[in-house]
Design a protein around this ligand. Structure first.
Ligand code: F6R
Length: 242
């Protein structure tokens, strides 16, 4: 694992964008695994800038996103499909047919998970998987539990995740209680993993994930076993590790 401690969110975002951009430049027909949430927004902004300046072409890239809220479709501004269009896909001109998500509108969890598993297999291994980090150590929506879940699955979001994500909704009641998420097998299948974390409220999770035992109680800790992981944090997120 490589750990890079940046001064602040801006520097973290720039470093992450540079890694994502070089992946696309070196292999234009690559598969990118992508995350939502507030952490990657700065990196996505940098990528859109590079594209607008003409230095980055996403036309051949395939993307697979980590997760989607169950019950939300792409027209809902809280869905992850909407988020990705607004923050990256539209600006970087990534063709919609090259992008993949679990189908949040499918009420049949078994079918939705099977179809996303098939979509992931068809897309092929991610060349680079971008991850954020939950305050409880989750990656994607792989919440703390008694075992790492290998396949795409439907999760009951934990109170900690509902609390963390309510800032995006009008009220806590509106936060969906379930989500479809990529499982650990597909995350782990990525050739390279890039995890980014920023801010004091991630400090405990960074410490437990990368400086503690590997345990499903801290889902991101499994990344300690992956052969090619880069973790980029800012000073605040690193503050508990000193
Ligand atoms: C989102 C995702 C989540 C977030 C995590 C951190 O697709 O997979 O694991 O990365 O909840 O969210 P933020 O960045 O909002 O703190």
């Amino acid at each position: 694992m490589r750990l890079l401690v940046c001064e602040n969110y801006e520097e973290m975002s720039l470093r992450a964008a540079e890694i994502l951009a070089s992946q696309v430049r070196l292999k234009p027909r690559c598969v990118l695994g992508l995350a939502t949430g507030s952490t990657p927004v700065g990196a996505y902004e940098r990528l859109v800038e590079m594209h607008r300046q003409g230095s980055l072409d996403f036309s051949q890239v395939t993307t697979v996103n980590l997760d989607e809220y169950k019950g939300l479709g792409g027209e809902n501004d809280q869905s992850y499909v909407f988020f990705m269009r607004a923050n990256l896909f539209d600006g970087a001109e990534i063709p919609p047919e090259h992008t993949h998500f679990p189908d949040g509108t499918d009420p049949d969890s078994v079918r939705a998970c099977r179809l996303y598993e098939e979509a992931l297999a068809a897309a092929g291994r991610q060349d680079l998987q971008l991850l954020g980090l939950g305050r409880n150590g989750h990656i994607g929506f792989n919440e703390p539990g008694d075992a790492f879940v290998p396949g795409v699955h439907c999760v009951d979001l934990t109170p900690s995740t509902i609390d963390a994500n309510k800032r995006f909704f009008a009220s806590e009641e509106e936060v969906p209680r379930q989500a479809y998420t990529m499982g650990m097998r597909a995350i782990f299948a990525a050739r390279r993993i890039l995890l980014i974390a920023s801010g004091k409220d991630k400090a405990e999770a960074v410490k437990r994930s990368f400086f503690g035992p590997v345990t499903p109680k801290v889902p991101a800790s499994i990344l300690q076993l992956h052969p090619d992981v880069t973790v980029i944090v800012d000073q605040e997120a690193y503050s508990e590790c000193r």
